[in-house]
Ligand binder design. Structure first.
Ligand code: NAI
Ligand code: MG
Length: 363
């Protein structure tokens, strides 16, 4: 089958790291491993410069038709003063909203060669492979009421509301259980049912989904504060962690620092599987931003972007074995001592973006 892939390089280092992904895509084609119909468009500040909007309707239409979207990064100081609705982030938010990307997957994978770059001791992170599944479209970031009231007397009241419906918890739980089956078959669900009603419902629904359809997967529950502590105490106890939008935001950033540089971390955001077509909207992007401080210098680390392609192969195209090969190539290059400047470790040789792409390709 030919896979429809939409590339949205975006701003700053986005196009630089995407250029390396294009080389890997061409290689996959050439080796007969996969066949792609690749399209490309603008998102973020570059789209604003071209069309006056952070994403054009034409690009949105391509996004809806794609089997998977790869996005570089958006934003930068150049667009600090554009109208709020047209700010670069609005392009990304529009994609997430219109494609209903409710499941955010953030792997925390520690390449052995980088274990010394972690915030923790080598033995704590060597071989670490966690997948955090964060609910992305509900919870306290979106719940109503959301406001600041003026109470008079110089007093104000800020209100954010955590709202979760059964269906939202049910569908994110299923994503987590399905993923666990492709990994080490364990899910840790996290909330705070001791102090939050949404936590009570969360735990109840995850438990029910498990009993109904996933009895073969190991399920445990951990309060979110305790889980944060366990993540830095003994992270290797975890396989898949499923949690809400707010806790997932925080816990995935903690997990990120166990693995070294921001330049290493891929992510995926998935929508629901369409009952009729069996298709699922999916957007893959590095966790890092547009890095304006190093843009245009050819030194950005392309590994998070190439790792995002590997995730697309694994989760959108059923090509887990090819994804494994790409990740093994990355591990091999790192083991050979090659580093971009963001992951410099003692005795390593520092190379640029394009050389890193070449090294991964030849590995
Ligand atoms: P950032 O992730 O762009 O950069 C933080 C630091 O990490 C910088 O020193 C940068 O040079 C370094 N860095 C990041 N990625 C790297 C890579 N691949 N290789 C080597 N070094 C790398 O975050 P920052 O500086 O807070 O934001 C810069 C811009 O990016 C802002 O406009 C922000 O809004 C935007 N941003 C966009 C995101 C997205 O498109 N999803 C996510 C985060 C920030
Ligand atoms: Mg965050």
């Amino acid at each position: 089958a030919t896979h429809k892939l939409l590339l949205l390089p975006g701003d700053g280092i986005g196009p630089e790291v995407m250029a390396q992904v294009k080389r890997v895509v061409a290689w996959l084609d050439q080796e007969g491993l996969a066949s792609f119909a690749v399209e490309e468009d603008l998102v973020g500040g570059c789209a604003y410069d071209a069309h006056g909007a952070a994403i054009s309707e034409a690009a949105m239409a391509k996004a809806k038709a794609a089997d998977a979207i790869l996005l570089g990064a958006v934003g930068g100081p150049k667009w600090a003063n554009v109208p709020y609705e047209a700010r670069p982030e609005a392009g990304l938010l529009r994609l997430r909203k219109d494609l209903a990307l409710f499941a955010n997957l953030r792997p925390a994978l520690c390449y052995p060669a980088l274990a010394d770059a972690s915030s923790l001791k080598r033995e704590m992170v060597e071989g670490l492979d966690i997948l955090i599944v964060r609910e992305l479209t509900g919870g306290v970031y979106f719940g109503e009421p959301k406001t600041i009231l003026d109470l008079g007397n110089g007093q104000k009241r800020a209100i954010d509301t955590q709202v979760y419906d059964t269906y939202e918890i049910d569908r994110i739980a299923r994503v987590a259980f399905d993923l666990a089956r492709t990994r080490r078959n364990k899910v840790t669900s996290s909330e705070k049912h001791n102090v939050m009603r949404s936590g009570v419902l969360w735990k109840e629904v995850v438990t029910a989904v498990h009993a109904q359809d996933y009895g073969d997967v190991e399920l445990e529950h951990q309060l979110a504060d305790s889980l944060a502590m366990q993540l830095v105490r003994w992270p290797k106890q975890f396989d898949v962690i499923v949690t809400d939008n707010l806790f997932g935001d925080i816990l995935s950033d903690i997990a990120a620092m166990l693995t070294g540089s921001l330049g290493m971390l891929p992510s995926a955001s998935l929508g629901a599987v369409d009952a009729q077509t069996g298709r699922r909207a999916a957007l893959y992007e590095p966790v890092h931003g547009s890095a304006p401080d190093i843009a245009g210098r050819g030194i950005a680390n392309p590994i998070a972007m190439i790792g995002s392609l590997a995730m697309a192969l694994r989760y959108s195209f059923g090509m887990g074995a090819v994804a494994d090969r790409i990740e093994a190539a990355i591990a091999g290059v790192l083991a050979a001592g090659k580093r971009t400047s963001d992951i410099r470790t003692a005795g390593a040789s520092v190379i640029g973006t394009e050389e890193m792409g070449s090294a991964i390709l030849s590995e």
